[in-house]
Design a protein around this ligand. Sequence first.
Ligand SMILES: [Zn+2]
Length: 500
Amino acid sequence: MQRKLDKIMAICEKRGFFFPSAEIYGGKAGFWTYGHLGTLLKRKFENEWNLDENFYEIEDCNLLPEQVFVSSGHLEHFRDPLTECKKCHFRFRADELIEDELNINVEGIKAEAMDKIIRDNNLKCPKCGSRELTKVRWFNMMFELKVGAVGEETMYLRPETAQSAYLSFKREFYALREKLPIGLAIIGKAYRNEISPRQVFFRLREFTQAELQIFFDPKKINEVENWNKVRRYKLRMFLAKNRKSKKVVEMSCEDVVKKLNLPKMYVYYLAMVQRFYLNILKIPKEKFRLKELTEKERAFYNKIHYDVELFLETLEGFKEVAGIHYRTDYDLRNHQEGSKESMEVINEKKEKFIPHVLELSFGVDRNVFSIVDIFFKEEKERNLFVFPRKLAPIEVAIFPLVRKDKLPQKARKVFSLLKDSGFIVFYDEKGSIGRMYRRMDEIGCPAMITIDYDSLKNDDCTLRDRDTMKQIRVKIDELPQTILKFLNGEKLTKLGKIFK
Ligand SMILES: [Zn+2]
């Protein structure tokens, strides 16, 4: 829905969620700045992204040596089919032209085959309409840099964070007492020279990934310690055979293992990921599905691949925000060959093997954008973000009812009290109380506190709930505990008496 997208973007740019990077110079497609609210929201997502207690976060360089990408296969395979209009010289992706015009998925097919489809169907330049297009050729999406004063060494900006976990595996395996499975998580920037960045945050040239690589013994792929915790948990499966009917089936983890013949460990992490979306991010169930990718659609090194898709009104459909990939020993084996450094470990039966990898990969920016889309609400008198309280960038706002009679001083004291208690707090005294409420509604602040004349007498204040606009009175010395309960999801009526 273009209208909704425009509305959301207008609020986000105006209020400091995100806006084009280097905007005063016109900006560049696929590069965005997070403003103060967007930065807080993104950080909240990253902090909540905690999929298992058994993982460790590491951090690596964005720039890596060429040999890494020779071994990983990125130099050869990380590419998009490019075509150019001979008339207006517009460059675009051949696969997208075909997908947009004919609704055929051409993932995995050769350049000549795409040429043929374009010719046979008489496809034209999306910009000027000319039918004279160059032959499809491959374009590598990595950014190449020359390093050193005379530029003697070629390095690349990493196109994904995953490689750093593989490069660090041996070190961390020994540092973490040689136990499998271990998870190495990285939250960081990745870079792709996209031919045509589009759909706001869905195809960026510089973006943030949150990726967890779980290294394990392939013989133990059906041994999961906490299996009983998820056995009966129902997954929302969008299977490849239901692509046409668009039907999502709910299946217990146990059934998924039995009927779809998926390994327990894989299914366990499907459940962890779904729980993260439904319980932590509070995504409505019907907007979430786990999409099975067919053999043709998934990368050749992924043995099993499901995407997390969320329904976004602004982009008119389900969009991919994460993926769960069983990559086998593809990565470590390649790095073993490329570096001549052994990646083998030994299990308790004294068997030598290269660990396999299960990858949980999240596009952070896509998820942030999805949260903004899904929790945007239009009401008669106001537009607002109904973010889950814990995810809201600003948690509490404090206002004096009027700017006189010592009310601002009292309000500032409450501001300090809450700030010192660890909340993300915002103080405002510019404007009428109604307007201040609206401004905070608009950015999704869940709790608003007003200091009025009674506050001076009784040492209390009002607490207003963003969603219902109802209010209660709270003693100021009880405020930190009350706010904590409220942000953890307690109903306002449980915390005090609603007054008119
Ligand atoms: Zn053209």
